[in-house]
Design a binder for this molecule. Sequence first.
Ligand code: TXA
Ligand code: MG
Length: 353
Amino acid sequence: MQTEMFEVDPLSDNRKLYVRAAEALAAGALVGIPTETVYGLGADALNPEAVARVFEAKGRPSFDPLILHVHHGKEVDKYTAIPEELKELVHTLASKFWPGPLTMVLPKADIIPDIVTSGLPTVAVRVSAHPAMRGVAKALGRPVAAPSANTSGRPSCTTAADVMGDMEGKIDAVVDGGPCQVGVESTILDLTCTPPRLLRPGGLPLEALEEVVGPVAVDKAVTGRLKDGEQPKAPGMKYRHYAPKAPVTVVTGPAEASARTILQMVKPGDGVICFDEFAELFKEQEVECLGPSQDKRIQAQRVFDALRAFDSKDAAQIYAQCPDSQGLGLAISNRLKKAAGFKTIAAGQKRVV
Ligand code: TXA
Ligand code: MG
């Protein structure tokens, strides 16, 4: 199969292009579509055969459900069965954070095929802030089911070129909307339990959510490796993910201290993911910069690129500096720690925790 590239024109409304992509989806095709977080691999959510091909193209396990992308918050009622007592909270969250990097897990409506939710009674839904994802969903007139567009287990794609790298020949088209502004995936909040539970930290900081919903429980899978037999509430949080080929070790703590600790451990030819200020310390290593230590917005944009870059390098070991957990730091450090299989060292100590 030849994968076509559809170029978004930043100076036009791109309506024709979105209609073209929607027509392809309506015919059962798979299309890579940008969102503000990462690129999605879209299919018509109401077409179970097309959705099955998403799992196939990604090599994604069938137990790991997909996110529904709708073009407007008012669409959510059609595809979910929100209990009366939750309606006000869902409405408040939608009006505050959509369009944007928040995914809500809600009881599903019967119209959603079981393959989308991997048989779960709930469905994950969001309204992306990217005009392309919203434009295509609107032109389709149905939700777009879209996981991140990477091959399962690889870092998520933040450019159309990344999507081509993983999916060329396996999908029908990619809409090229330029690099993603946020760079890490959406924050997933499960509203079917009390208190609501953070299943995955992402582009919307936990602190912003808690200002609106009060205290939020944080799923164990967010902060540590699960024991054998333990199940995360978001099935996709289970397996090692975002992983480059070489083993990764994350070093936590203040930036200068973690840089010093890495310097003591690295060997020539190892890889280092570090904040910009420390790059020149690692003269004999392959270095990928994560951005300035004080700028988590840039770190979020860079984190998957930095991990992906090591796929074409021969580093034996990769060491990564890691921001604190405030704001976007929770999502950035979660992605790095998942790439490391949660192999983490505190700066100043050499003990792996
Ligand atoms: O930013 C994003 O969320 C991107 C863009 C494309 O929208 N999408 C994305 O999808 O990251 P994916 O498939 O890579 O991650 C979705 C996560 C998985 O961990 C999955 O297990 C979880 O959401 N999920 C989906 N439906 C769920 C449900 N009903 N209950 C719990 N977790 C769910
Ligand atoms: Mg993913």
